[in-house]
Design a protein around this ligand. Structure first.
Ligand code: AQP
Length: 334
């Protein structure tokens, strides 16, 4: 059966990018035929410094974000990565399958490391190999992600096929497909339309957090960078206007329509009209979720129980696959 795996790092508060690019799609997928496994990938978060108390808080907050957005632990498996030791174990085996040259081509590492590659953790560099383990530990076939993760899913396919080939285990690891659909596969930074919106971006004004209140959301959209022109009458007209296009894409994703339909509705509108409409829409969609997140966060023990129960179910799927992997490679385990 097709199986879906995806995850979110607890490296800060959830953003509108995480919501539209990931969580919203995860929730839609849980009602399909596919088996769905969603993870709070805490082992990935520590590839950059995390204050321990912040990691604890963010782990629960990401879990609360999933649940408040409609993820149902009865339909999907929801857990945090570090509770299932198979991720780290398979991650190590994949470090020995993946090549240094492959890692050198990963654009996310280059973007995150900037000129300071030498000072980054070894974990940040090897991150895509652990991500491959996250997916393949469950023999997942579909990986819903934002555009920024496409290259890592492609690397996962490379690792799977090299493993299958090297160990003469054709077909053992499936070659998973990235699922990148809809109008908000890459939500951009509100202050610079050429950069993606990130949890850990420098300024809070560049992102909408899922926990922002109505005033903050309105203020951030009001101050969002745009150009002086009105909205064009077709989507093509936004081609060289990254900030404007981003706001239109966000509007489309929030209202479950296409960017073309939004343009048709707002053709010729100025920002004084469009931005408040966008802010109202965002508040409308996010307020019930952030209220529910706050309610869930008031009982951290309950969140922890949900994650523990999900981890038990995840382990049941992972253990035979990991065990078979060790066998294929010739490890003595009996
Ligand atoms: N701006 C975005 N637009 C669309 N999708 C996005 N995602 C993240 N940002 C956007 C998607 O959210 C999922 C979880 O991402 P992640 O938290 O594991 O890692 P990330 O992509 O590195 O997210 P951030 O917010 O940028 O975190 P930091 O700043 O800590 O590195 C993925 O499916 C991702 O595509």
């Amino acid at each position: 059966t097709p199986r879906v795996f995806s995850g979110i790092k607890p490296s800060g508060g959830l953003t509108l990018g995480n919501y539209l690019g990931a969580i919203k799609k995860f929730v839609q997928t849980q009602d399909s035929e596919m088996e769905t496994i969603y993870c709070v990938v805490d082992l990935h978060a520590v590839t950059v410094w995390q204050d321990p108390a912040d990691l604890t808080h963010a782990t629960r907050e990401v879990a609360a974000g999933y649940l408040a957005s409609g993820l149902d632990p009865a339909k999907s498996i929801l857990f945090n990565q570090s509770r299932v030791s198979g991720h780290a174990e398979l991650g190590w085996l994949f470090n020995c399958v993946a090549r240094v040259g492959w890692m050198n081509r990963m654009t996310q590492f280059k973007e995150k490391a900037g000129k300071n590659a030498e000072k980054q953790s070894l974990g940040l560099y090897a991150y895509p190999s652990l991500m491959a383990a996250d997916i393949l530990l469950y023999h997942a076939t579909h990986v819903p992600v934002g555009e920024d993760q496409k290259q890592h899913v492609e690397l996962t396919r490379d690792i799977a096929s090299k493993f299958n080939h090297d160990f003469k285990a054709e077909g053992f690891f499936p070659l998973p497909e990235p699922v990148i659909e809809g109008p908000a596969t890459r939500v951009m930074n509100l202050r610079d339309g050429t950069k993606k919106m990130s949890k850990s971006g420098e300024s809070d004004m560049e992102r909408i957090n899922m926990t922002d209140d109505a005033d903050k959301i309105a203020k951030k959209f009001r101050k969002a960078r745009t150009d002086p022109d009105a909205l064009p009458d077709n989507y093509e007209g936004l081609k060289d206007r990254p900030e404007a296009r981003n706001l239109v894409d966000i509007y489309a994703a929030l209202s479950d329509t296409t960017a073309e339909a939004v343009i048709t509705e707002y053709a010729g509108a100025g920002w004084g009209q469009f931005k408040p409409a966008l802010a109202d829409l965002a508040v409308d969609k996010l307020a019930p979720i952030s209220e529910e997140m706050a309610r869930l966060m008031a009982d951290p023990a309950e969140i922890d129980r949900t994650l523990a129960a999900g981890a038990d179910r995840a382990r049941e799927i992972a253990e035979p696959i990991l065990s078979k992997t060790f066998d294929i490679m010739g490890f003595v385990r009996g």
